[in-house]
Design a binder for this molecule. Structure first.
Ligand code: AMP
Ligand code: MG
Length: 334
């Protein structure tokens, strides 16, 4: 089965597959026609570059101009795993894959199915998240199938993914290196290995007037169909503010959903759906459930959503980055 899927990729077809972060939509990264097909299947703007996935470290040499020491150090520590590194690209990588950029994003995933598939495909698989552009990334087979069925040659069912948010992206072409997209590998974890790491300010702020360095981050990604507002403040104030809003929205005929934590769930009254992401102390559960909850609200045709805010340090930064984007940076402080 995986061998067949590898053949499909070698022959220029597309296969969606599980990784430890989210499901990916794979095509041969060195074949410009495959990359164009990926953009078409996702409806993704063609200036939004793709991440090239490899299944062993030594394969990186073919696709980048140079492998700096810092890349080797980070690979030693974090690969295989949920980390993407940006480096100068070699001529082997078509501009169709890099969205016209002279740099390439590289990741060596830890998911065994992903590794095998990449191996059978010849070693280099371009794979953005397997969602229609603008929708939350799929973390379960069902949502890959919903977005991609009929548009691509095959989908590999790997159950629910482990992390649930996309990889951390770090740009190694600048000094100090810069985090372009927060993820499971945090700034703090990098700084145990390299002395200084910056974070692209646009990852957490909506009104900087600057373009994000990762082209894809400028799009209103991860967006549910309904209107989402994040409510931040003391727990009891958050609950009472959301309950007041829900009462008004219901009177106006809206269908209302709430994203909350186990600790506060019982306090919410009157909404159509109240979903807990897990305990506030369990960031990994919150990350794993976030996109699925947004998708479920879409399934239930929810028109208004409120979410509790989460701690934005450590891995929480990745959660808040995605939630802020899903909400178009709409935050109410109560
Ligand atoms: P996805 O694969 O859907 O998680 O999206 C890939 C993300 O990586 C997008 O936000 C891209 O903009 C970003 N990316 C890929 N290649 C590069 C690159 N060469 N430079 C900066 N960002 C990149
Ligand atoms: Mg994506």
């Amino acid at each position: 089965m995986l061998r067949e899927a590898g053949e499909i990729l070698k022959n220029g077809g597309l296969v969606a597959f599980p990784t430890e972060t989210v499901y990916g939509l794979g095509g041969d990264a060195l074949n410009p026609t495959s990359s164009k097909k990926i953009y078409a299947a996702k409806g993704r703007p063609s200036d939004n570059p793709l991440i090239v996935h490899i299944y062993r470290f030594e394969d990186i040499y073919k696709i980048v101009k140079e492998v700096p020491d810092i890349c080797k150090k980070l690979a030693d520590q974090f690969w295989p795993g949920p980390l993407t590194m940006i480096l100068e690209k070699s001529d082997a990588v078509p501009f169709e894959t890099t969205g016209g950029l002279g740099t390439v994003a590289v990741r060596f995933p830890s998911h065994k199915t992903a590794q095998k598939l990449i191996e059978y495909a010849g070693g280099y698989v371009a794979a953005p998240s397997a969602n229609v552009s603008g929708r939350p990334s799929p973390t379960v087979f069902k949502y890959v199938d919903e977005d991609m069925n009929g548009k691509i040659e095959a989908i590999i069912d790997g159950g629910e993914v482990g992390i649930g948010l996309e990889s951390t992206i770090i740009d190694l072409t600048v000094d100090p290196p810069q985090i372009l997209r927060p993820g499971f590998i945090t700034k703090e974890k990098f700084e145990e290995i390299i002395s200084k790491v910056d974070v692209d300010i646009t990852t957490m702020k909506g009104d900087t007037g600057k373009a994000p360095k990762a082209p894809g981050m400028k799009y209103r990604h991860y967006a549910p169909k309904g209107d989402l507002t994040i409510v931040s403040g003391k727990p009891e104030s958050v609950v009472s503010y959301i309950n007041e809003q829900v009462a008004k929205d219901k009177a106006a005929g809206e269908k209302v959903g709430i994203i909350c934590t186990d600790e506060l769930k019982a306090g919410y009254l009157g909404a159509d759906c109240v979903k807990s992401a897990g305990s506030r102390t369990d960031e990994e559960a919150i990350a794993r459930h976030l996109y699925t909850m947004l998708r479920q609200f879409d399934d239930e045709n929810v028109t208004k959503m409120y979410s509790e805010s989460f701690d934005s340090s450590g891995f929480g930064q990745a959660i808040m980055n995605r939630l802020l984007k899903a909400a178009g940076h709409k935050v109410i402080n109560v």
